[in-house]
Design a protein. Structure first.
Length: 58
């Protein structure tokens, strides 16, 4: 299974922590794709745009 990690910009400080724990929780044959709202990112992603992005992935 492929899992996508997409967060709004307001949560970008938590991205690495969430990625770490998700990788620990998923099965070894699953893939976590981090779409990368990192602390130094200049991209602004709202909850609405992150939800919309998620709909296109599914």
């Amino acid at each position: 299974m492929k899992l996508g990690l997409i967060q709004a910009s307001s949560q970008k400080e938590k991205n690495k922590t969430l990625e770490h724990y998700l990788n620990e929780a998923i099965n070894s044959n699953d893939e976590l794709i981090n779409f990368g709202i990192y602390p130094n990112s200049k991209i602004e992603l709202s909850y609405v745009s992150s939800f919309t992005s998620n709909c296109f992935i599914n």
